[in-house]
Design a binder for this molecule. Structure first.
Ligand code: F0G
Length: 488
């Protein structure tokens, strides 16, 4: 009798389909509902070997890298959860696009195919390609930033904040209070605090605010989604004060799927419809295509205003490239055009979101506190709660990062006092000491994830052995990339 294979037993991606009738044809996806396991919706045609290392080797490697996993070679990592950015696997169709790429300097066919796909998906007619998200941010804030300006966001990503501040403007985070409570299972912890936005506008005056930005999903705050109701409310405030609304839309598709799952009046809408409404509410967007664009390099700047398009195009030509390639090759535009199509498929999103949720559920079951509920692209371990014996000044997040590497060769990233120093938090509460396990798209299978869970469970069982760290070297900016540590 055919039963679930060993691999699927225990339910990786066993979804909550209990009691569902057999052979149901759902609105968005056609599958045999009798089989509840959500599988990776792809086969593997090309593989990259993983080099196995011993614990002794990893101990040596970690010490040589000054206990900073950014300084470890990728070949010395078994499972790399450092980032979901540019680390995804492309599909056969995307690789076919790579061969089809039209490398004409101006007016390449690949650009028009890319532009048509983006316009169809987002409704934006003005589409500028850039080499990655921060290039779009740099152009945008060179246009609208400047001294005395203030840019509100639910939570700026670090490059966005850096680009706002580089222009002389001030970046202000306005998350909802629930975002600071890891165990609070509010379904949309990425939401912007609308009352705080109103207050900021009243306090500083609308003239100092060039635009309002909302990051979907909110990466700095746990990969948490923003609800459609919240986006509409922010739009209403922007309309009232005649302010443009921009999205940082790197993970727009994961946000749309979480809206469909969690926002009751949105469950009958297709992901494409939700994506379209999210973009319809905005006057512009910056996007790193290295996330939901499913490519290894690429970005976009979407605009409605003709004047702004004109000025942005000139800046693009100055530093990125002509407006029909923006610092990319024609083949990159082809891969992006196809990536933006594949990322809104229901089967892909069901697998994607379920696999992150699965990792989160198993970590909770192993007694590891995380930011709940699981969000879109990553699980964030609450290292401060896991290691109360390590004070923030001794970097509990970095201790967990080192522990995961030692035990399993798993690479994660600290998002806490190493990354942010002792800068004040937006909520005024103590900074969360987090460790992000980001999931590259379509790269790892269930057994890879089970391996990570096993390593994390071993770490939790022996957490008393985790030691705090002292920073022995720090560069003046973005110190987490190259800082070195020693164990206390
Ligand atoms: N906005 C958000 C929300 C991001 O997460 C990132 C990148 C960017 C903008 C910048 O995009 O890297 O293409 O220039 N996040 C990566 C990460 C680096 O690991 O979360 P980029």
């Amino acid at each position: 009798m055919a039963g679930p294979c060993e691999f699927a037993r225990g339910g990786l991606f066993v979804g909550p389909a209990v009691g569902a009738p057999r052979f149901v044809k759902t609105k968005n996806s056609e599958y045999d509902a009798h089989v509840k396991t959500i599988i990776e919706p792809f086969r593997i045609k090309s593989i990259e070997p993983i080099r196995m290392t011993t614990r002794d080797e990893r101990e040596r490697i970690l010490r040589e890298a000054g206990f900073n996993v950014f300084l470890i070679r990728a070949e010395d990592v078994l499972i790399d959860l450092l980032t979901d950015s540019g680390t995804g696997a492309m599909s056969a169709e995307q690789w076919a696009g790579i061969m089809r790429g039209d490398e004409s300097y101006a007016g390449a066919t690949s650009f028009y195919r890319f532009q048509d796909r983006i316009t169809e998906l987002t409704g934006f007619e003005h589409v500028l390609p850039t080499h990655q998200g921060r290039a779009s941010e740099r152009i945008l804030f060179e246009l609208v930033g400047g001294p005395d300006k203030i840019v509100p966001n639910n939570a700026h990503f670090d490059t966005t904040r850096a680009n706002v501040e580089h222009s002389g403007a001030k970046a202000v985070d306005l998350p909802i209070p629930e975002a600071a409570e890891p165990k609070n299972r509010h379904p949309f912890k990425g939401n912007m605090n609308v009352a705080a936005l109103e207050k900021l506008i009243a306090d500083v005056g609308r003239d100092r605010i060039p635009l309002v930005m909302v990051t979907v999903t909110n990466n700095s705050g746990g990969g948490q989604p923003v609800s459609m109701a919240n986006l509409r409310a922010v739009r209403a405030v922007c309309d009232k004060h005649k302010l443009p609304l921009f999205l940082d839309a790197c993970r727009f598709s994961e946000n749309a799927f979480l809206i469909k799952q969690r926002e009751p009046d949105m469950k009958d809408r297709t992901v494409r419809e939700i994506v379209r409404e999210m973009f319809d509410l905005a006057d512009g967007a910056t996007i790193s295509a290295k996330k939901d664009g499913m490519v290894n390099i690429g970005g976009l700047l979407l605009l409605r205003d003709e004047q702004m398009l004109y000025r942005a195009s000139n800046l693009l030509i100055l530093t990125e490239g002509f407006i029909t390639y923006g610092g990319l090759a024609g083949r990159d535009l082809e891969a992006m055009a196809q990536g933006f199509e594949e990322v809104v498929h229901d089967d892909y999103l069901a697998y994607r979101i379920r696999s992150v949720e699965y990792l989160g559920e198993k970590l909770i079951a192993a007694g590891i506190p995380i930011v709940e509920p699981p969000g879109g692209h990553a699980i964030y371990i609450d290292a401060g709660a896991l290691c109360p014996h390590i004070p923030p000044a001794q970097f509990p997040g970095q201790a967990v990062v080192c522990g995961l590497y030692r035990i399993g060769g798993v690479r994660s990233v600290e998002i806490g006092s190493v990354m942010f120093g002792n800068a004040p938090t937006a909520t005024g509460k103590p900074r969360l000491e987090l460790v992000r396990l980001a999931m590259p798209r379509r790269v790892y299978t269930q057994s890879h994830i089970d391996y990570v869970i096993e390593a994390a469970a071993e770490l939790a069982a022996s957490k008393a052995n985790l030691r705090g760290l002292r920073m022995t070297h720090q560069p003046p900016v973005l110190r987490h990339f190259t800082a070195r540590f020693e164990e206390i």
